[in-house]
Ligand binder design. Structure first.
Ligand code: NAP
Length: 464
């Protein structure tokens, strides 16, 4: 039998587990999916916006994988804590696949970035997604004007949530505290600002179009911003996705505002140079106007523009975080690897693999993780004969418990889901997410007939 640990239960971790049990070259594979959180699904639960129900429903596919008898979900187990580092994991499992994503935001590196009122978009996403590490009262939304820096899909997500009325989100699982804050929000103007032109934006057309269909916000594009866009001269020369995006923003530039309560300004060719302070908080953003440099990038023009803002969300991408005991390429924010095999000083480290964003960087859509995980698993299977000869613990879960970990097993997670459904019922809403550790662990503990203190079943009991 090959015992494999997959670290992280987001899409890449679940797809890796699926590929491991779905293959036929190694007959008996058992997988433990370890996650720091008591809840599975990673960014599908804590990153996909609450109003993107269709993408969220992907959880049903991931659930079907996690219910496979050969796969055990062990939540509330933090790799890197209680002596459970990469070295220890290799004593417990024949192989470990790290699917730990890219947990931090990239920095702008400009003055004023850390002023109160300036936040990473990932913090805002965590807050409205009820991530238990986010303070439930982190965002009061007293600002009148918000600036979102960056024109990727995260920027579009956070701008859309700011621009929606709370009533539009009542039917989602957004936590009650965030819903109340959004209902009381004073934000009326939202600026999404890209340093390049629309042809250099990273958002996808479907997500972009959604902004134009918001019932309570007008989308405004300044034709002057588009005048600089060279791709209009020869649209046939740009990829289809870019062409579609250009069509959408051009339509918006021609559309008169409808007098809706909020206004969403989509701006281009503005590079942030400083966050301006007012009364000890952020009061605005200073931008330098840019222009195409003739080789696909932009150059500064020495002309500056300020946009007032009491709230700034920096949506300039994620970056991987080093894990102690694993090699790390600080420049790319990934674990060095070859087709998923972890490289230590350029040489393959037997038994250690990576998949997902920590392998290739924070790009692509959820589905991109499936072939990415498959490639890693194929590498692992090629190494199976060597891996099978490694001496490992007979019962890794018992070892985890002995070290003080209190895994939340599948049954505990189902109890959390039930508690969230019950919370929604009490509030007259559909399922509502529990936003804090105590609430999540308390709900997991309530798992009917659980043998362990965390709704987990005792060691070796095989309780799911
Ligand atoms: P992203 O797609 O990499 O976009 C980052 C944006 O920030 C780009 O516009 C980038 O501009 C800009 N930027 C970077 N550094 C900057 C700086 N110093 N100053 C100003 N602007 C800067 O990152 P993301 O939006 O965080 O998304 C991460 C991944 O998740 C993407 O693959 C995305 O598609 C995916 N995602 C998908 C969905 C969905 O499908 N609905 C939702 C959310 C996220 P430059 O291009 O000029 O560098």
């Amino acid at each position: 039998m090959l015992r494999i640990a997959v670290v992280g239960s987001g899409p890449s971790g679940v797809y890796a587990a699926q590929a491991l049990v779905g293959q036929s070259s190694v007959p008996d594979v058992r997988v433990h999916i370890l996650d720091r959180l008591p809840c599975p699904y990673g960014l599908v639960r804590y990153g996909v916006a609450p109003d993107h129900e269709k993408i969220k429903s992907l959880q049903n596919n991931l659930r079907a994988v996690l219910e496979d008898d050969r796969i055990d979900f062990l939540g509330n187990v933090e790799v890197g804590a209680r002596g459970l580092g990469p070295r220890r994991l290799l004593e417990l499992y024949h192989a470990v696949v790290y699917c730990i994503g890219a947990a931090r935001d990239r920095r702008l590196g400009i003055p004023g970035e850390d002023l109160p009122g300036s936040h990473s978009a990932t913090d805002f996403v965590s807050w409205y997604s009820a991530h238990p590490d986010a303070a439930p009262d982190a965002f009061a939304l007293g600002a009148r004007t918000a600036v979102v820096i960056g024109v990727g899909n995260v920027a579009v997500d956070v701008a859309r949530i700011l621009a929606r009325g709370a009533d539009e989100l009542r039917g989602t699982d957004v936590p009650e505290g965030a819903l109340e804050a959004l209902a009381a929000s004073r934000v009326r103007e939202v600026h999404i600002v890209g340093r390049r032109g629309p042809s250099g934006a990273k958002f996808t057309t479907k997500e972009l179009r959604e902004l134009g269909a918001l019932p309570s916000a007008d989308v405004l594009v300044d034709p002057a911003d588009l005048a600089l866009e060279t791709a209009y001269a020869d649209p046939a020369a740009v990829p289809a996705l870019v062409r579609r995006n250009l069509t959408v923003v051009r339509e918006w530039a021609d559309r008169p505002p409808q007098g809706r309560p909020r206004r969403l300004h989509v701006r281009f060719f503005l590079r942030p140079v400083e966050l301006l302070e007012q009364g000890g908080r952020v009061g605005g953003v200073r931008f330098e106007r840019t222009a195409p440099d003739g080789s696909g990038g932009v150059r500064g023009t020495g002309v500056y523009e300020e946009i007032e803002a009491q709230l700034v969300l920096r949506a300039v991408g994620y970056r991987g975080v080093p894990m102690e005991g694993l090699p790390f390429d600080a420049e790319r924010g990934v674990v060095p690897n070859s087709a998923g095999r972890v490289l230590r000083d350029g040489a393959f480290s037997p038994g250690e693999y990576v998949a997902g964003w920590i392998k290739r960087g924070p790009n692509g859509v959820i589905g991109t993780n499936r072939p990415c995980a498959k490639e890693t698993v194929n590498a692992l299977l090629e190494d199976a004969a060597v891996l099978g000869r490694r001496q490992v613990a007979a019962d890794p879960e018992a070892e985890l418990r002995a070290a003080g970990h209190r895994p939340v097993r599948w049954r505990g997670w189902l109890a959390i889901e039930e508690a969230e459904a019950a919370l929604g019922h009490t509030l007259g809403r559909p399922r509502v997410k529990i936003p804090d550790w105590a609430g999540l662990l308390g709900a997991a503990q309530g798992a009917a007939g659980a043998g362990g203190p965390e709704g987990a079943g005792g060691p070796g009991e095989g309780a799911r």
